[in-house]
Design a protein around this ligand. Structure first.
Ligand SMILES: [Zn+2]
Length: 297
């Protein structure tokens, strides 16, 4: 009975969080725009985008998939994956913006044939929001895609990319006079911190004679045990008895991260194909928006 209750709770809670977030979202946007039509349209475009990520994550067997709406910051879908190839991850990332851009392009052509204000608004929102998400900046989808395709195995390049991303967000918020965007800078900065401590752990492990160029799946029980011992040494955790199940899970996850980096790299075909889709996804919104700007003048 208890077990049933717990599992029912853990299923209900994420949805409750999603719905509360969504409600707060509606309220915040309503406070800003004061017009219900804008708000509904905006939220519809955002939900449509997030549903793309959500459905593909579910299809690829991601665990703990959750859709979260955080007022002022944005919406995102989180989930844990195991054994996802770079191509699958790229599909998951692009499943957010690309369907929205396709809808935007279709609306654009309908608008050209039969202009009306609602169609105009829908076209601009679908193209602008999804096109914006394709910009090559972490944590946006475009940045995540480039990271997956090109930088996953190179820490130095990753660090530079994160620094550039942080800088671009600062410049963007200054250029758009939207200082709320600065909150996004926190994400690259937090990632930099994670990368830094991971790099320190990698150096330590290499010094201790652990070969990191192996896949997690290939490690034997004894090897895993020895890695675990070294990790406890690194974190100066002497009292092994005091570790909780959560600590042990954290150690396992960290080990997976350490030995994952060298397992999969995107093939040339994958790189070419998804980079092409990314470029097209950026070009179409740009053409349509330039058209609107030129018509207005
Ligand atoms: Zn997205």
């Amino acid at each position: 009975m208890d077990a049933d209750k717990i599992s029912a709770d853990s299923i209900a809670r994420p949805w409750l969080k999603t719905l509360t977030g969504l409600l707060l979202y509606v309220l915040v946007y309503y406070a800003i725009f004061r017009e219900f039509r804008h708000v509904i349209l905006l939220i519809a475009v955002i939900v449509f985008h997030e549903c793309g990520h959500f459905l593909v994550m579910k299809a690829y067997g991601y665990k703990d998939v959750r859709m979260l709406f955080i007022p002022f910051l944005g919406a995102f879908v989180s989930g844990k994956s195991e054994g996802i190839s770079p191509a699958q991850k790229s599909i998951m990332i692009l499943a957010g913006p690309i369907p929205g851009i396709i809808v935007g392009v279709i609306l654009f052509f309908i608008y050209l044939a039969k202009p009306n204000p609602l169609l105009f608004e829908g076209t601009v929102l679908f193209l602008l929001l999804n096109g914006f998400n394709l910009l090559p900046v972490i944590p946006l989808d475009g940045g995540q895609l480039l990271q997956t395709l090109y930088f996953e195995n190179n820490v130095i390049v990753q660090i530079s990319f994160l620094l550039i991303s942080a800088l671009v967000v600062v410049l963007l918020s200054w250029f758009l006079h939207n200082y709320l965007l600065l909150v996004i800078v926190l994400i690259p900065i937090l990632r930099l911190r994670t990368l830094y401590s991971l790099q320190k752990l990698r150096r330590f492990m290499t010094r201790e004679g652990i070969n990191l160029n192996r896949a997690y799946e290939d490690l034997s029980h004894d090897q895993l045990e020895s890695i675990r011992k070294k990790m406890l040494k690194f974190y100066e955790e002497e009292d092994e008895e005091s570790l909780t199940e959560a600590d042990n899970q954290a150690i396992r996850n960290l080990t997976k991260t350490l030995f994952k980096a060298n397992t999969a790299e995107a093939t040339l075909r994958t790189k070419f194909f998804f980079t092409l889709i990314w470029c097209l996804g950026l070009i179409f919104p740009l053409i349509a928006l330039l058209y609107f700007v030129s018509v207005k003048q």
